[in-house]
Design a protein around this ligand. Structure first.
Ligand SMILES: C[S@@+](CC[C@H](N)C(=O)[O-])C[C@H]1O[C@@H](n2cnc3c(N)ncnc32)[C@H](O)[C@@H]1O
Length: 365
């Protein structure tokens, strides 16, 4: 994707998909945190844009505000919105939108205009004087790789209940990887100089996977995120444009993000696939590829015993599939002839192919 020069630009289909994911996730995120009883929660849009697209469609800050307004009756916490936009003209458009929305008193909306994410968010962080941040969702959606130091992601993730959704602009990054001036910027962006190994990979798929996996490892390792999922967005030429990386320490957040992703429409001009797992395509048409899940379960659990709860944890945390998928696979494995799994000490009157008790143990052949 080439960065548009206009103040407001047309909405592309993959951006629509990205917004759908964001919206669905925020619809779940705010109630989770509201139930947590926190006095304050924070939504950060570090690369906010003008808040709308050329046909009047909502941009990400407007989407976040509308979701919160729909839920205003349930939200008792102070909801702090931090919108940062470097471009002055885009900031003006965004300010007009924010001013036109009637927000309740517990919505604290701050637009940092003509300023970079790095400097503005530093001030926000400093406003907490080294104390715990409120639970925060930071959407980091640049056009390229500059202005997103990995150290800032690490800092956000170091606080309890804080998470990020980062747009990793693969196509743009790959195009400039060899550029002689960009080395130090890529060091800052990746938080390591290991990206240089990617320069030796000339096969596009190997390089793509290498850079993707490096960022994934950095989020898990350096930033210490317990759960990281990534989603691949392809452009109209069916070329990988970017990956959305979601990093969280909250299993409910992970589940909700996966739910949001699974609900995004597969049809139309964009291709969307989950790339965290090498078995990329998890959907075939509108049906989940349960054969892939079966392969992953057998590869992971083959030859041993495990309780249902461990199987569910594996599916949720380590695969692209959801907690709603795996029982169907277990059932077909148990009813196969010969069966591939058996229940250890099944409870009396249990029907084959049902798994009512999460402590129930299964033996995989
Ligand atoms: C991909 S667009 C954002 C789109 C928006 N998040 C949405 O989904 O509607 C990136 C925006 O970041 C702005 N920008 C570029 N560099 C920036 C920086 N260092 N800090 C903050 N904003 C920046 C650009 O002017 C542009 O409006």
């Amino acid at each position: 994707m080439v960065a548009p020069r206009e103040i407001v630009w047309p909405l592309e289909p993959h951006t629509r998909a990205k917004h759908e994911i964001l919206k669905r996730y925020l619809q779940a995120w705010t109630p989770i945190l509201t139930q947590g009883g926190f006095p304050e929660i924070m939504y950060v849009d570090g690369f906010a844009g003008p808040g709308r697209y050329s046909e009047g469609e909502d941009g990400s800050p407007t989407i976040a505000l509308r979701v919160a307004l729909e839920q205003r009756a349930q939200i008792r916490a102070t909801l702090r919105f931090v919108f940062v936009e470097k471009d002055g003209q885009r900031t003006r458009v965004l300010r007009e939108i924010v001013d036109d929305l009637e927000a309740p008193d517990n919505f604290q909306i701050e637009v940092y205009g003509d300023e970079t994410f790095e400097t503005a968010f530093r001030r926000v962080l400093d406003s907490y004087h080294g104390q715990q941040l409120p639970p925060t969702f930071a959407f980091i959606d640049p056009f390229g790789w500059s202005g997103v130091p990995f150290s800032m992601i690490e800092e956000i993730m170091s606080y309890r209940s804080c998470e990020v959704l980062v747009n990793f602009m693969y196509e743009e990054i790959n195009r400039f990887l060899q550029h002689p001036d960009q080395g130090p910027n890529f060091d800052t962006f990746f938080g390591t100089d290991e990206w240089r190994e990617g320069l030796r990979l000339h096969d596009p798929r190997s390089r793509n996977r290498f850079l993707h996996d490096l960022y994934y490892r950095q989020l898990r390792g350096a930033a210490g995120a317990e759960y990281v999922r990534s989603f691949e967005m392809r452009n109209e030429r069916d070329v990988v444009d970017y990956y959305l990386f979601h990093a969280t320490n909250n299993i409910s957040g992970l589940k909700k993000m996966k739910e949001a992703m699974w609900r995004v429409d597969q049809g139309g001009e964009f291709t969307f696939s989950d790339a965290t797992d090498p078995n990329q395509a998890v959907l075939f048409g509108n049906e989940p590829r349960l054969d892939l899940l079966e392969r992953q379960l057998l590869a992971h659990f083959g030859g041993r015993e495990a309780p249902i709860e461990e199987i569910e944890r594996f599916v949720v945390a380590e695969t692209a599939f959801r907690e709603t998928h795996y029982r169907r696979v277990l059932k077909s494995l148990e009813l196969a002839e010969p069966p591939t799994i058996e229940v250890v000490d099944p409870p009396p009157r249990r029907r084959r192919g049902t798994y009512p008790d999460r402590a129930m143990r299964l033996r995989f052949r």
